[in-house]
Design a protein around this ligand. Structure first.
Ligand code: SF4
Length: 500
């Protein structure tokens, strides 16, 4: 049987090179059937954006059709008839197939494929640093597949495509161009390589192993792959050791398991590296030592190790803080703080109950005034990862009337605002865990969330549902979830403090 190579398979491969194989040949009974709520939300957002775009475009020929043979025949006919704009045509050639959102007739009679995306057209765009950004790999390979099929069918000449993005901008992807200033390989080369790898995996002529990474938590194979990695003592069960480092360690040192890394003689490995630039490329002695320590913690010590003494400020008010936001829409709907003081403990939520800039500003203003009204120099704010601070800087630009930048920087200065993850967990601790997320570490320490399925992604879903029906139970669920995140932060801080 020949399996079709489609844009979604190329995308899956770039997210995780194991995914195309596992989707076909993995133990299907272990695959989670429910769609991850965050993935579903992104999908819905994409569908809505596409509807909005198409609604405003005017005359198009809509060829959407569940019967692919009919859809293909009608697409060929429409292109032969020089239809100006085709929506959801279906094109295929040999084992390549795809459904570009739009096919646009060009003045020379050829067709240009266009995909509508609910993200930005380029990555790394920064107005402040005047960085124009560069093409996204997963967009480039998808457009390249359309271009190859159109060229093969005689409806295109150039290796090109367009991304129509969330801001309604069109970005031309010139796929024959080099990927970077120093990287002379072209986007087309990347596509060819990706396509060939995917072809081998789909036909079961090649196989690779699961590797735990950030992408896994959104993947329906998460439990299955995690089980495989744990059972095989795979190196990716170590925090921060991903597929690429695992590949290098396996190739250069023949290491496959956590125990083999634990027993590695680093001095001998470094001796081999001296004078051989390609040996252990990108992995220096400090990294190897760090990873070996984690291997020992996971294989032998089996409990967290805190390196050095940790001293936190001794203040009257300890504030454990977390925000709930929808990053896809840059909207913050809750600032929660769990306050611990000589007067006792309490949780204070500052909520935006409408999805409007006014409501968002008001909620943020409430939280900022709360901070400003605390006794000066007698409080300390704890949070987990830089997301909150980064978001607050964005909000300051959006709502400058709430607080001046200098004041915000004062409130969030490191002596009174402590990022437990970046300042302590990453730098001074090792855990027998592959993920150092708030949930993974707090659960390891025995903390449990009241909600049966706590997650930031679900919180966004609950908020969107609340906006529709204003059901207070849904809002309560969000607030309780946020309170538990704040308490989990407190549990981690207390653990670190006791470990002196
Ligand atoms: S769980 Fe992780 S390793 Fe497994 S297929 Fe998904 S992304 Fe890949």
């Amino acid at each position: 049987m020949t399996y079709l190579i489609t844009p979604s398979k190329l995308y899956a491969y770039l997210q995780c090179p194991h995914r195309p194989w596992r989707d076909l040949y993995g133990p299907q009974e272990e695959k989670i059937k429910e769609t991850n709520p965050f993935v579903e939300m992104l999908w819905e957002k994409g569908v809505q954006h596409e509807k909005d775009v198409i609604g405003g475009i005017g005359a198009i020929l809509d060829l959407s059709n569940p019967d692919k043979d009919t859809q293909f025949a009608r697409t060929l006919e429409a292109m032969r008839n020089k239809t100006p704009l085709i929506y959801h045509g279906y094109i295929r050639y040999n084992d390549l197939a795809g459904e570009p959102d739009l096919l646009r007739l060009m003045p020379d009679g050829t067709y240009l494929p266009i995909d509508i995306k609910s993200g930005r057209g380029l990555e790394g765009v920064s107005e402040e640093e005047e960085n124009p950004g560069k093409p996204k790999k997963h967009y480039a390979v998808q457009l390249a597949l359309y271009a190859e099929v159109l060229i093969a069918l005689g409806f295109a000449k150039d290796k090109m495509g367009i991304i129509y993005d969330i801001d309604h901008n069109e970005t031309l992807y010139e796929l024959g161009k080099p990927m970077g200033v120093r990287n002379h390989a072209t986007w087309w080369d990347l596509y060819q390589e990706t396509k060939n790898e995917v072809r081998h995996l789909l036909n079961n002529e090649a196989r690779n192993e699961p590797a735990l990474s950030g992408a896994c938590k959104l993947c329906p194979w998460y439990d299955s792959c995690k089980g495989w990695c744990t059972k095989n003592h795979d190196l990716t069960t170590l925090f921060y050791l991903g597929r690429s480092i695992r590949g290098t360690l396996a190739h250069d040192l023949e290491l496959k398991t956590v125990e083999e890394l634990r027993d590695l003689d680093i001095a001998i490995a470094m001796g081999k590296k001296a004078g051989n630039k390609s040996f252990l490329r990108g992995i220096g002695e400090p990294t190897l030592k760090k990873l070996q320590t984690r291997a020992k913690v996971l294989a032998d010590i089996k409990k967290p190790v805190v390196n050095g003494e940790i001293h936190f400020p001794q203040v009257d008010y300890e504030l454990y803080f977390d925000i709930e936001d929808d990053p896809t829409q840059s909207f913050v709907y809750l600032h929660g703080v769990y306050e611990r003081s000589p007067n006792g403990s309490r949780f204070i939520p500052f909520v935006a109950k409408e999805k409007t800039p006014e409501a968002e500003e008001q909620a943020w203003k409430g939280f900022i005034s709360y901070l400003k009204n605390l006794p000066q120099d007698k409080w300390c704010l704890y949070y987990y990862s830089h997301h909150e601070v980064t978001t607050y800087h964005r909000m300051q630009k959006q709502y400058p009337d709430v607080i001046l930048l200098e004041e915000l920087d004062y409130l969030l200065s490191p002596e009174r605002a402590i990022d437990l993850y970046s300042q302590y967990i990453l730098k001074m601790t090792d855990w027998p865990l592959y993920s150092y997320s708030l949930k993974d570490i707090a659960k390891y320490l025995g903390f449990s969330w009241r909600d049966i399925s706590p997650s930031g992604a679900l919180s966004i879903q609950w908020f969107n549902e609340y906006l529709k029906d204003k059901n207070p139970t849904k809002l309560r669920r969000i607030i309780d979830y946020n309170e538990d995140d704040c308490k989990a932060t407190m549990v981690i801080k207390d653990y670190l403090e006791k470990s002196k």
